[in-house]
Design a protein around this ligand. Structure first.
Ligand code: IPD
Ligand code: CA
Ligand code: CA
Length: 271
């Protein structure tokens, strides 16, 4: 049964992602500079990350003042309605800074701690993916209507195309490179797209067989995880655990299990 609250949250998430995506696409200054850094000198924030988060939180708070927020650029309120928004206003900031097209706006809504709505807008692809819990995952493109997403049937593991990402902290990314070095001979190939939310949508759309990364934050994965799951993918962390900071794995059934096991054997979550 369609829950009217979920439909309301979806419409608001889509509007917020659409407006923030347009701001980022059309408002990118030619001389875009780094405003500040976070976990390391290469973990950058631009004025556009901050402007996009403000647009999203202002829009949502204007419609639903009692909801909570968790935003990468600092939005953090408890709320009283049981709904919390988890927002990455610009996922793929380094790509955006350099003018590469793979970046996105990720907006998710949780109800009583459970993800119920996820929207990932990728304006330079002309595509927005969305999911509502129990209602499937969908993509809308600039040149086509709504299309239901389904992850790809699993190939043999050695023919799987798997994406990953590298952390901003040197020791972590060095360890991640060692894991990738051990994994790549077992796979068709590895990709590094630069936006975790887009990676998760690509698993949902069957453009990747799988994706894994260590060190993600809730805003990186909240919307994309729901989209991947609603498209039939399995998602998790280390065996038996949910996806999160230690490890996030998303893949088609048949690829997920061996990928998760290889990552466990390789110690992919380690400090
Ligand atoms: C980053 C991207 C990247 C991933 C990093 C994330 P940001 O998010 O999703 O693909 O590898 O772990 O931090 O900083 O561009 O929002
Ligand atoms: Ca991010
Ligand atoms: Ca971000």
């Amino acid at each position: 049964m369609t829950d009217p609250l979920h439909s309301e949250l979806l419409a608001l998430a889509q509007e917020a992602a659409r407006r923030a995506g347009a701001l980022l696409r059309d408002g990118r200054p030619a001389d875009l500079a780094v405003a500040r850094t976070k976990s390391s000198p290469i973990d950058v924030v631009t004025e556009m990350d901050i402007a996009a988060e403000k647009l999203i939180t202002d829009l949502i708070a204007g419609h639903r003042p009692d909801d909570g927020f968790l935003g990468e650029e600092g939005a953090s309120t408890e709320g009283t309605s049981g709904i919390r928004w988890v927002v990455d206003p610009l996922d793929g900031t380094v790509n955006y800074l350099y003018g590469l097209p793979t970046w996105s706006v990720s907006v998710a809504a949780e109800q009583d701690g459970e993800r119920v709505v996820g929207v990932v807008a990728a304006p330079m692809r002309g595509e927005t993916c969305h999911a509502v819990r129990g209602r499937g995952a969908w993509a809308t493109g600039a040149w086509e209507g709504e299309r239901r997403l389904a992850c790809r049937p699993a190939p043999p593991f050695d023919q799987a195309l798997v994406s990953t990402g590298f952390n901003y902290v040197t020791e972590v990314r060095t360890h991640q490179a060692e894991v990738a070095h051990r994994l790549i001979p077992l796979l068709r190939d590895i990709r590094r797209g630069g936006s975790a939310a887009v990676d998760l949508c690509d698993v949902a759309a069957g453009r990747l067989d799988g994706y894994y990364e260590r060190g993600l934050h809730p805003w990186d994965l909240a919307a994309g995880d729901l989209i991947a799951r609603e498209a039939g993918a399995l998602t998790g962390g280390r065996p038996g655990l949910p996806p999160g900071h230690d490890l996030t794995v998303a893949a088609a059934p048949g690829v997920f299990e061996p990928l998760q096991q290889h990552l466990e054997n390789l110690g992919a979550w380690h400090d």
